[in-house]
Design a protein around this ligand. Structure first.
Ligand code: FAD
Ligand code: MLT
Ligand code: ZN
Length: 478
């Protein structure tokens, strides 16, 4: 059931002994060192229940100073470390592969400041995304990133994966909203690159190196970022389309006509919706009849009456010219949540149902769904599986999830899925990781995905910042 690494534990790393544990207790206190098997277990298992480490000890520093002392010691002793936020990562990057120590940032969870005129937020890395939402929304702002895991993921984890999500179309990559970071290097040095300034061209943007580095270059301890104003008018429509071409056509029309207020363009297929309505309590299909494709379009503006009229007019046009077969409009905040739940619950619904093979890819938008059709055909005849397609259509980011309800079919499924998918992505010049990163799952893909000199530059940076390779080994590149 669990992933089995096809490589050996790096023998350069020290196995923990009693002296190490005593040292850690001296730094982070009794409460900051977890050794009880039951307490440690959740830190060893990833969200998908596929990647399982054997870390004997979890460290939970309460201050940046403690984080520094822990890392300096680990570096001196050659103890491998996995930085962990909310442990919602989807590529096996947040848990140990062997016996690396987990360094949880959960106790660094303070909001340091929020400027109500500029929207600049300064907070510690362990702040849960949803709590940041609450804080800034009470002050008339919102967060530039939103994802289904917001109730558990940390801003430090979001930054370290450069997470995409549901607002990417509107606010762009998270790296564009981050103004600066505070980072602790592998040797324990604290580098304060936080900045409250929106414009600041005084040297290299070194903090950008740590965004999307998946904990392999340093430990992020604090973040400064810019938050946009909250919209007072949110409109949400769910459409049915009878072909993927029509989905793209409808999405393009929505973006063209409402480019100033559009905030999300997402899609899912019928199988994805059925997974949600079957496995997620309280979810229901709002339409009378079934359809092969669903398109979710959200606008966020400041003028309710005007936005409503524009959206209503557009819905009428799309139905009239048969770009969409039907459309429903979320009438109130509860319905907005209900529709979003249908989209956000696809991943969790698949997870409830069995072992899932997850692909997070970028493809040219036109014909993006073709690979799902090819896969459905290839997988025909393999018992106990479901193949679904969904994703961030506005960013040409397709998620393909293949569920194995029957574990005995896994070998057959794996053989049919790979290398077929990777070859297909290469043939259309797509990306093997649109937003989830590489982790341990796709660390062997870095060379195929990048030019040799680019990979060598990445290796040089890794050697420079973490010469002993203690930070999240086996992840991103091997
Ligand atoms: P973790 O899972 O704990 O860690 C992720 C990686 O970052 C690991 O490599 C870890 O070592 C590193 N890391 C964590 N914290 C730090 C730190 N402080 N310093 C250095 N390294 C650190 N992703 C998307 O891009 N878009 C989505 O729409 C999306 N939706 C999701 C929906 C669900 C239901 C789930 C479960 C996941 C989803 N994800 C999505 C995956 C996504 O990467 C994470 O949810 C999130 O960004 C990770 O944050 P985390 O705090 O849980 O990090
Ligand atoms: C999503 O878009 O729902 C996420 O990336 C998570 C997932 O695919 O499971
Ligand atoms: Zn996604």
């Amino acid at each position: 059931r669990y992933y089995v690494p096809q490589f050996q534990r790096d023998a350069r790393f020290k196995q923990l002994d009693g002296e190490d544990v005593d040292f850690f207790r001296g730094v982070v206190g009794e409460g900051g060192v977890l050794t009880d098997e039951k307490e440690v277990a959740p830190y060893n298992l990833d969200w998908m229940g596929i990647y399982k480490g054997e870390c004997p000890l979890v460290l939970k520093p309460r201050t940046v100073g403690e984080t520094q002392r822990v890392l300096k010691y680990c570096n001196d002793q050659r103890i491998a470390v996995v930085p962990q936020g909310g442990n919602t990562g989807l590529v096996g990057g947040s848990v140990p592969t062997f016996d690396e120590v987990v360094l949880s940032l959960a106790n660094l969870n303070k909001i340091i400041s929020f400027d109500e005129s500029t929207g600049v937020l300064h907070c510690q890395a362990g702040c849960v995304l949803e709590s940041l939402y609450q804080h800034v929304e009470e002050r008339g702002f919102t967060m530039p990133i939103d994802l289904g895991a917001k109730g558990s993921c940390h801003i430090g984890g979001n930054v370290s994966t450069n997470a995409g999500g549901l607002r990417y179309l509107r606010y762009g990559p998270l790296s564009g909203s981050v103004l600066g970071l505070e980072v602790v290097k592998a040797d324990g040095t604290r580098v304060d690159m936080t900045s409250l300034l929106r414009k600041d061209n005084t040297g290299y943007k070194a903090h950008q190196l740590f965004i999307g580095a998946e904990g392999t270059l340093g430990v992020v301890t604090a973040v400064t970022m810019i938050c946009p104003f909250k919209s007072s008018s949110v409109q949400l429509c769910l459409f049915q389309c009878d072909s993927f071409d029509k989905v793209v056509q409808a999405a393009t029309e929505c973006r063209r006509r409402m480019s100033d207020i559009i905030s999300a363009v997402e899609f899912f297929d019928r199988s994805a919706l059925e997974m949600v309505t079957t496995h997620i309590p309280g979810s229901r299909d709002p339409f009378q009849s079934a359809s092969p494709f669903y398109l979710l379009v959200e606008t966020s503006g400041q003028d309710e009456a005007c936005d409503y009229a524009r959206v209503e007019k557009l819905v009428g046009k799309l139905i009239e010219d048969e770009t969409v077969t039907d459309g429903v409009y979320a009438e109130n905040a509860t319905q907005i949540q209900e529709f979003w739940k249908l989209r956000e619950s696809i991943g969790p619904a698949m997870g409830h149902a069995g072992k899932v093979y997850k692909y997070d890819i970028t493809l040219p938008l036109t014909g993006m769904y073709h690979i799902v059709e090819l896969l459905k055909e290839r997988l025909k005849g393999i018992p106990g599986h479901t193949c679904v397609g969904y994703g961030h259509l506005g960013d040409s980011n397709l998620h393909i999830n293949v569920l194995a309800e029957d574990l005995s079919a896994c070998q057959q499924l794996e053989a049919a899925l790979e290398p077929f998918i990777w070859d297909y992505i290469k043939s259309v010049k797509g990306s093997v990781s649109a937003e989830h990163g590489l982790g341990v799952m796709k660390a062997d893909k870095i060379t195929a995905a990048n030019e040799m000199a680019h990979v060598e530059l990445m290796r040089e940076l890794k050697r420079l910042l973490d010469p002993n390779g203690i930070l999240n080994p086996y992840k991103v590149m091997r």
